[in-house]
Design a protein around this ligand. Sequence first.
Ligand SMILES: CC(C)(COP(=O)(O)OP(=O)(O)OC[C@H]1O[C@@H](n2cnc3c(N)ncnc32)[C@H](O)[C@@H]1OP(=O)(O)O)[C@@H](O)C(=O)NCCC(=O)NCCS
Length: 246
Amino acid sequence: MNARRETWRPAPSNLRLCGDEVHVWRARLDCDASTLEVLRAALSEEESGRATRFRFERDRARFAAARGLLRDILSRYLQRPASLIQFTYNEYGRPELSGDESGLRFNVSHSGGAALYACARGHAVGVDVELLRDDFASVEVAGRFFSAAEIRDLGSLPPHLLTRGFFNCWTRKEAYIKALGEGLSHPLDCFSVSLSPGKPARLLNTDRDPSEAAAWSILDVQPFEGYAAALAVRNSSPRLSFWDWR
Ligand SMILES: CC(C)(COP(=O)(O)OP(=O)(O)OC[C@H]1O[C@@H](n2cnc3c(N)ncnc32)[C@H](O)[C@@H]1OP(=O)(O)O)[C@@H](O)C(=O)NCCC(=O)NCCS
């Protein structure tokens, strides 16, 4: 799906999500003290415990904010207080709604002080956001994570497009495996995405049924300056909304 500038709007407190709709949310994790207090208050004991295990206060606060924001976002669809939402984890660590019959699916990604969320009903969704870093983007690193076709495509880019091409590939791959929910147990070199800047974002092929790639949409997202991000959804024509958490 083509990259284009999405419009991020302030979200209402109650939201509906049906059919082909996919909602993408962006948020800053470095909140003011009173917002952080409210977000922390909604966390479960287990989540508060996880937050304390980070060495630095900034990381403790960012984890608490990311999880508190997730609860707040989900509460707007479920019409249930954020603190009463319960999660279970699949065998690869993906949080999912516990015993929820509504088919609400979500995924979360955070990098530095930015977070991205996606929600859909009945469709697998995954998101990934990454801080753009020239020092990380290289054909050598790609050799450890990307498929042969992706390494070839990256190697053919002019040097000034290398960082963007690298992170296009990284975020699109990561969003796809996060939508599958299998984490890194899903081999990264057995499927390919497009990566050339300016060309449509696409899942090119998978290790599954040959028609499977066409069932997916991959979309570039630009939540904040200096970040790359992607959304993957198992729906060939999703209707997208972009919400700004404030
Ligand atoms: C855990 C993983 C799913 C994402 O990790 P990540 O990129 O470091 O982190 P992100 O911020 O994008 O996502 C983390 C969130 O994904 C969710 N998550 C955890 N396990 C997940 C899984 N198996 N599937 C989908 N989402 C998952 C959680 O909500 C988690 O947030 P939390 O820790 O605050 O609860 C996994 O894919 C991983 O370890 N990736 C490592 C990165 C890598 O090598 N990528 C190669 C790309 S080519």
